[in-house]
Design a protein around this ligand. Sequence first.
Ligand code: SF4
Length: 105
Amino acid sequence: MSTTNRRTFIMQVVAAGSAVVASRAMAQTAAKLEETDPQAVALGYKHDTKKVDAKKFPKHEVAQKCSNCQLYQAKANEAWGPCQLFPGKQVATNGWCSAWVKKVG
Ligand code: SF4
């Protein structure tokens, strides 16, 4: 690897690392999703899976929650985290909405 290529490579690695740090920082500072948010209301989102309307969502089970949903992107043991369905917002690890999909693996 030439000096120029090495320098370019290092700059790309540093830039990529900065982007990762920035996106994590944004995720940590993102606002918490409100249950009154129109999209949250439309999907029946609740911060607590135990408070989901059983009549409206008869297939819901208490064991279903954001932490075991395929769309949840937080690390283990975090109380709130990003969801692919609500960009820029954080959902509760014990939350639930009707788009819940069992996490694979
Ligand atoms: Fe939670 Fe999954 Fe609904 Fe997102 S899609 S709010 S992670 S249940």
